[in-house]
Design a protein around this ligand. Structure first.
Ligand code: SF4
Length: 252
């Protein structure tokens, strides 16, 4: 069984080289997320309702690909929303796969249980903004406290991780990016990867979108070029320069 209480699986990707660094992985996308980031890459998955793959189909899919991927990434949505995640991770491990998790940290207690139980080999952890801006981005007042707690748990766990920040320019001005880097440094976190806020051809336009209340979309912000000349050295002196990459750059 994949889970005793079924995980709401919305989609499966057979093989990807970008969702778990230096690993070929299948991806299981779960439904449901308590947050509402304006640049969400998977808005269809925010709500829990919708088409689902049943357990038998997910298991059959993974069984057929046993020799191909190195592991399975659980992504979303927010996979940690579901009590069934732990069972699902254990079942995938029992099939012989490595396991990875994408999370924004909305459920620190579940993340702690998963890490304590040794159920994941790697975590891709979204850090959205300086803590003070979390409510504006996610639409939830408690998001900052939850994400901070989760980050502390992850850093203390010793499990391999990558922190990823989508540079959403209406909020993440240069000053706020610098503040974010300082907060990460104080948390003892490293391995930050900055990624552009990209439009997706299969989605309605995501840029420009109205910025959250209290933020202004300045013409210069929306025209910020993406590249090392703009971001590459921004955090040196705050986080170790070798701890920061742009998406697409290789780890040192
Ligand atoms: S936390 Fe992730 S899945 Fe949830 S709304 Fe934000 S970007 Fe979308």
């Amino acid at each position: 069984m994949l889970a005793t209480r079924e995980l709401p699986v919305a989609g499966l990707t057979p093989l990807t080289a970008v969702d778990w660094p230096e690993q070929l992985a299948a991806v299981v996308f779960t439904r449901g997320c308590p947050w509402r980031c304006p640049y969400c890459h998977n808005p269809d998955l925010q709500k829990i309702e919708g088409r689902r793959y049943d357990r038998k189909r997910v298991l059959g899919f993974l069984n057929m690909r046993r020799r191909l991927p190195d592991g399975v990434v659980f992504s979303g949505g927010e996979p940690c929303m579901h009590a069934a995640l732990e069972d699902a991770l254990a079942a995938v491990r029992a099939l012989g796969f490595g396991t990875a998790l994408h999370t924004g940290g909305a459920y620190p207690r579940r993340l702690a249980a998963i890490l304590d139980a040794g159920l994941v080999d790697w975590v891709g952890f979204d850090v959205k903004a300086p803590w003070a801006d979390y409510a504006a981005i996610t639409g939830r007042q408690d998001a900052s406290a939850r994400a901070r707690r989760s980050l502390d748990i992850l850093v203390a766990s010793g499990v391999d991780y990558e922190i990823r920040t989508t540079v959403y320019t209406p909020v993440l001005t240069d000053e706020r990016l610098a503040a974010l880097a300082s907060e990460l440094a104080r948390s003892g976190a490293n391995n930050l990867v900055l990624q552009p806020c990209l439009d997706r051809p299969d989605h309605p336009p995501t840029i420009p979108r109205p910025p959250p209340p209290g933020f202004r979309s300045s013409p210069t912000a929306s025209r910020q070029p993406w590249g090392p000349s703009r971001y590459g050295h921004r955090f040196s002196g705050v986080l170790r320069p070798e701890a920061i990459r742009l998406r697409g750059q290789k780890a040192p």
